[in-house]
Design a protein. Sequence first.
Length: 485
Amino acid sequence: MKGWIVYYVASRGYLLTPAAERYLEVMDEALLTGDKLDEFVERIPGAESIVDIEDLRKAISPQGEVNIATSLKNNKGEIEEARNIGELPAPPLIKGDISGNSLCSGEIDDFMKYIRDRYERLSAILKKSVSSSVSIEAAKRRTSSVSIIGMVRETKTTKNGHIIVDVEDMSDHIPVLIKKDSDMISENFLLDEVIAFSGSTSMKGDMFYADSFTRPEAVKKPALMEIESENEVAIISDIHVGSNTFLPDAWKRFVKWLGSKDAENVKYLLIAGDLVDGIGIYPNQEKELEITDIYEQYAHLAELIGEIPSDIRIIMQPGNHDAVRPAEPQPMLPEKIRKLFSEDVVFTGNPVYVNLEGRLFLSYHGRSMDDILSSVRGLSYETPLLAMEEMLKRRLLAPSYGQKTPLAPESTDYMLIDPVPDVLVTGHVHSYGVAEFNGITIINSSTWQSQTEYQKMHNFHPQPARVAVYHLGTGKVREKNFLEA
């Protein structure tokens, strides 16, 4: 179909961009024949000019009303009613974005401010649920029951099977003993998390015997209440444009669905990082690239994004494959890249809080998953939702400094979960899952990349082309799978 319509349009003095050509592909051939095709072409603005996707949209539905020419074919080849193209939602409210706010230079003082900010904010949260806590320095002088709040600086297991967790505050540090017959023995204490222990100090003041512990766990109170909105948010990540394992057919099915009646209430698309595959991210990556220029990768991404219905507000943040600094928090994409996209696209840093009609989303690409999954017993890349729960228990997107996830020592810890969101979104691990934890909806978004050579080596099977669709009014999530036609 595409060939003859493109030829016909060209014969009338128009040139279609690649995105415009692909846009015509999703339309039903029978609806662009005879007089209807002539009427359609006559509505294309500007004679003898380059025609982009927006020009076609205006020609198809000049007043935004439903036009018979916007009917689509579904995956089975059957006619499917198209969505009404309405107004674009207003830009969302953005909080917690490092973009334009990075002040660190890597000096010792920066690290001090970073650690102090984390400790002070989390200890303030813990003090609300832990009574009569004292400094470690004061606890060393007391043998009665007391509570201390400290940051984990070391953990080890004794030859007798006990666990010792060395914690520190602004005054001192002390080893905390957890006996092997304690209910706490199965817990995983991560470096740099802030935790409260209740118990007593030894007579010499050189050991703290823990009876219980408390974390600054994120809990959504009151429970989620319905709001007056029928709008939905489609949530994806890890597109990896430029990779030879990118799934273009699945992406086309996704875009086609966005233009259908079933997706008419989808007014937002949240993309949680790894927009392109990048260059030099891992050894010998060039062997797996279809597009070997970083700007061409983003230019092709811009074409793909340009096919999405114009009344969907798109929000994009970077991931570890994108062209920004690798250290988190990451700023938004540079202006040279942003200019490739429509001015209606909202670019943010990583992580970021996004307020959509009163629902608060915390979107984080999720590179720290690599550290959490390897540090917490029983977790794997097949269990990303459990890793997200560990983040929420500690109120830290990236608990530990100095591991695989590079962290910038900003004076404010942008990886600290405060405030508590309605929805926590991550990606990175190429799995898919939706659950609820402490009243918070947790979504690990899918990928648009098939199994890579690295994943084959580790026998990891991704779950691509699955989309979580979050209803802003009810908080319910439905899933759409575009892997197969």
